[in-house]
Design a protein around this ligand. Sequence first.
Ligand code: SAM
Length: 294
Amino acid sequence: MHTPVLLQESLSFLEPKKNENFIDATFGLGGFSLALCQYLMPNGKILAFEWDPYLFKLGVAKLQNTIMNKNIKIVNKNFRQIKNIVKKENFTHIKGVIFDLGISNWHYQNAKRGFSFQKDEPLDMRINPQEIKITAFDVINYSSFEKLVEIFQEYGEERDSKKIAKAIVSQRKNKKIETSKELAELIVAAKKNKRKKIHPATQVFMALRSFVNQELVNLEVGLKSAYDVLDKGGRIVVISFNGLEDRVIKKVFKTLKYEKKAKIMTKNAVKPTKNEILNNPKARSAKLRAIMKT
Ligand SMILES: C[S@@+](CC[C@H](N)C(=O)[O-])C[C@H]1O[C@@H](n2cnc3c(N)ncnc32)[C@H](O)[C@@H]1O
């Protein structure tokens, strides 16, 4: 189960209406698409992107059992290809695009690719194992000390990057680091268990996932492409979960504003209510930003 975050707030910025067309850039298990589609019935359409081939298949199967099957089409593509796919699918009159970034609960619970530092799984972290060649195992076991430091700093803002990289390089001389648990334990030991609100391995795991999947580049290209395919007056809503993503979003949105191509609808990012965080603690770091194409 994946509980969509900031769903009502997203819908209020998107303002979906009967028979309109939208793009869901991150289908996951379809929470957003199914909620959005109810406003678009009977003839509105959603073109949905899901890059993970396994989740994509689950999504197709899930849709088959609903009356929205004829309204929602899922493609197993990276959202950075929005422009090409929209053209190929002849998908027009697009009133809004929703990006719900990151990975789904399914990835942490079921994917068995080492996304969670709380599980003992092979270090993989590829969202699409068919398209991406380099795994988190390769990065951890074959990158130089300098490269590891750079990845942990640039993609995870990890302050103890050098300490952790040193521990990795030393450990892998004896034995390769193969699982998420081995890596998490090594990080805890290297950071000497400093008391913090978040688990000591959080930032390194975020950095690895982001680097392996090139998430920040995908986001920048995806946002610009989404803007290009949108109708005038159409909206883009983005929900992000870390500061690095939020920086990319702000940069793209500000540029569009200065070029007088878009109006920013969220002066400050919208955050989940206390109640939403109580019911779904994963929502606590979420931020929503929205623009309208002018
Ligand atoms: C937070 S989940 C979305 C959850 C979804 N809104 C729901 O309600 O079930 C993000 C999803 O986007 C997918 N994803 C991540 N990067 C992607 C990309 N570049 N292109 C397309 N899908 C991507 C992930 O595999 C994941 O399933």
